[in-house]
Design a protein around this ligand. Structure first.
Ligand code: ARG
Length: 493
């Protein structure tokens, strides 16, 4: 195939391989090549409908484009001598159809609106895949939670035993966070799925184009109206990357926790061997490498976001070639986040949780002292701060027996006698039970099994709703694509 047809007129001068490689976006363009064919087909259908091109031209262009859609794009199109895939495909068409037909595809558009249309098409598909991966992670967390509403464990603050909770309550905290990540991506999707096509270089075009028509053909939900904004903005990508960064921070926290839980100090979880590595020197080792890589990938995704953000920060209106350098960050961030989330679901589903070890630890470190203080308030009618003071002093003395509490009460002043208020050692023993503390904490969202079961019902409903919404979006895109290709085939038949 010949050289880049875009450069033929204005420019002369030989370019070195290094130069062409430096300027070409080909590597990243592999992500949008499929979308580019769809954009070409929609554009050609619009040119035909608006009588900007005659039917004879359309009947030459469409079969060539349908062939690329059906059989794939030949490797030579991806050569660095083309500035990008758009120039590669146009050069191929001119080569095979001649300039009389091939040279009429790029009427009334620019690579500036073309590339960002392609990016939005690919990104919305990746977003749906990402939302699906999040749904899977949430599904696994919900199923685990359903099985562990009674599995007591220590809850931590400052990584110190704090109060008893259950594994279900703990995992639901993550499910809720991932549900917000889902919401953010869903909202980003609404802003991604708008059509910039027809903006041309930035000033639209004098041809009587129909922007709404191409937007509908390509499954967009609306237009990026201002044509200068349409080619200049990448805020939809920044927003998506920011959302992915937050999502990966949540995933990283979960990984960190699982890694900690898998240590021989803690032993709350055992990863499936498939997700672990061993040592080349220490034959006994089983390391949680998958969780570690995932924790690190959160940094890579943040890197992609910050790379993209810094790229746009100094750019004047409208299109600047710098924008080409932003695009690979989108795919890098998406790939890392997508791979991570898909593996996270499997890693969680295949892990085994040691509920015996967890319950052994649930009551340690005076973890029911909060409930004891609360119970003293209820049974003896003393202020909470006084009860907190008494129990704190007793903990300092090393035990929570009636005798020690009574001594502590004496030190607090005010002449308080707990025994005098009818408190017995038996009462205290009950107040210190893990189960007792847990079952009282039944406020909405609390760890009491009854509250967790109610929360699970709500979370399941939300999951179902989100899954439906994702399916509908996916179906709408599939239908639009099917219709687009059918229309093209109908015109050439
Ligand atoms: N490869 C370019 C990009 O990724 C496409 C747009 C090129 N436009 C231009 N005026 N050179 O942004």
């Amino acid at each position: 195939m010949r050289n880049d047809v875009v450069r033929l007129g204005r420019l002369s001068g030989e370019r070195s391989g290094d130069m062409m490689h430096f300027l070409s976006s080909m590597r990243a363009d592999r992500y949008i090549a499929g979308a580019d064919i769809l954009v070409d087909i929609a554009h050609v259908l619009m040119l035909d409908r608006q009588k900007i091109n005659d039917r004879a031209t359309t009947r030459q262009l469409l079969p060539a484009l349908l062939r690329l859609h059906d059989k794939g794009i030949p490797e030579e199109v991806f050569d660095d001598r083309f500035e990008d895939v758009h120039a590669g495909i146009e050069s191929l068409l001119i080569e095979s159809l001649g300039v009389e037909a091939g040279g009429r595809m790029h009427m009334g558009r620019s690579r500036n609106d073309e590339v960002v249309t392609c990016i939005r098409i690919r990104l919305r598909e990746d977003l749906i895949a990402q939302m699906t991966a999040l749904l899977k992670v949430r599904e696994v967390l919900l199923t685990l939670s359903e099985n562990h509403t009674e599995s007591t464990m220590p809850g931590f603050t400052h990584l110190q035993h704090a109060q008893p909770t259950t594994l279900a309550h703990h995992l639901l905290a993550y499910e809720q966070a991932f549900s917000r990540d889902f919401d953010r991506l869903k909202e980003a999707y609404a802003r991604v799925n708008q059509s910039p096509l027809g903006a041309a270089a930035f000033a639209s075009t004098g041809y009587p184009i129909d922007r709404e028509f191409t937007a509908t053909l390509l499954g967009f939900d609306g237009l990026v109206t201002n044509t200068m904004d349409a080619v200049a903005t990448r805020d939809f990508a920044l927003e998506t990357l920011a959302d992915l960064t937050i999502m990966m921070a949540n995933a990283s926290r979960l990984c960190e926790e699982l890694i900690f839980w898998s240590t021989s100090f803690v032993k709350f979880v055992i990863f499936d061997d498939a997700f672990c590595s061993t040592s080349s020197i220490m034959p006994q080792k089983k390391n949680p490498d998958t969780a570690e890589i995932m924790r690190a990938k959160s940094g890579s995704v943040f890197g992609a976001f910050s790379g993209a953000l810094v790229t746009v920060k100094g750019l004047p209106m409208s299109y600047n070639r710098d924008l080409q350098e932003l695009t690979p960050n989108i795919w890098r961030g998406m790939d890392d986040a997508g791979e991570s989330l898909r593996l996270l679901a499997d890693m969680l589903a295949s892990a085994s949780f040691d509920t015996k070890r967890m319950s052994e630890e649930a009551g340690k470190g005076f973890s029911t002292a909060t409930e004891l203080a609360d119970s003293l308030v209820r049974s003896c009618g003393i202020p909470f701060r006084t009860a907190h003071n008494i129990v704190g002093r007793a903990v300092q003395k090393g035990d929570l027996s009636l005798a020690t509490l009574e001594k502590a009460a004496g030190e607090v002043g005010g002449g308080i006698s707990l025994a005098g208020k009818g408190l017995t050692q038996k009462d205290i023993d009950r107040m210190l039970e893990v189960r007792y503390s847990l079952e009282l904490r039944k406020a909405p969202g609390g760890p009491a099994p009854e509250a967790v079961i109610a929360a699970l019902g709500e979370r399941r409903k939300q999951h179902h709703h989100d899954a439906e919404l994702t399916r509908k979006k996916q179906a709408k895109l599939a239908k639009a694509k099917e219709h687009l290709i059918a229309e093209a085939r109908r015109l050439v038949a």
